[in-house]
Design a protein around this ligand. Structure first.
Ligand code: FMN
Length: 204
């Protein structure tokens, strides 16, 4: 059984969630867990101006995925920062390059799940995750979210991400906030939960 955590991150918040999702996924026995990122599409000049170049050093060791390799996994958990309440362009470009897989129905029946980072609390976590789910449905993924069985999304004591559609974090207007203990716990839950379901589906 193999799980891929596939993400794009500009400033590192989505990457931190990706590592937590991987931690949870590794708790499932017999699960081979791989973290990869999608290719950057912004010119270096833009990355330098926006401060992304330094931030991206934290995950430059993570290999870049090739769309064709998605067929190798039973469970794929996709992570994106929001862009105007939607997927980021880098992730969308990657998804746009999976048409050949779609034509063959190559991803039908795999577990698919998504997680997200937004700057603000109401900046589009659910819309981004639901937009991602639409694409996963077109591919035939069996969509798995982050059920309320993870009780960390029930409280009101602190600002927190975590939605029934998938794990999330609130990065802050300047990216000043880091994923909280609660948000990381939700991400670990999603990694474990998607893997447990994929393991059941993978039994031949
Ligand atoms: C072009 C652009 C559009 C964005 N749109 C939104 C938005 O609609 N809502 C929001 O809360 N944050 C928005 N953001 C902020 C990013 O989502 C935020 O930087 C990201 O979640 C941080 O994740 P990262 O550190 O993994 O890159 C936008 C950022 C950019 C560059």
């Amino acid at each position: 059984m193999k799980t891929l955590i596939l993400f794009y991150s500009t400033y590192g918040h989505v990457y931190k969630l990706a590592e937590a999702i991987a931690e949870g996924a590794r708790e499932v026995e017999g699960n081979e867990v791989v973290i990869k990122r999608v290719p950057e599409t912004l010119p270096q000049e833009v990355l330098d101006k926006t401060g992304a170049t330094g931030a991206q050093k934290a995950f430059e060791h993570i290999p870049v995925a090739n769309p064709d390799e998605l067929v190798d996994y039973d469970n794929i958990v996709f992570g994106t920062p929001t862009r105007y309440g939607n997927l980021c362009g880098q992730m969308q470009a990657f998804m746009d390059s999976t048409g050949g897989l779609w034509a063959k129905g190559a991803l039908v029946g795999k577990v698919g799940s998504a997680f997200v980072s937004t700057a603000t609390q109401h900046g589009g976590q659910e819309t981004t995750l639901r937009a991602f789910h639409t694409e996963l449905l077109h591919h035939g993924f069996v969509i798995v979210g982050l059920p309320y069985a993870w009780q960390g999304q029930m409280g009101h004591e602190e600002v927190t991400g975590g939605t029934p559609y998938g794990a999330s974090t609130v990065a802050g207007g300047q990216g000043e906030r880091q994923p909280s203990a609660n948000e990381l716990e939700g991400a670990r839950y999603q990694g474990r939960h998607t893997s447990e379901i994929a393991k059941k589906l993978a039994v031949k």
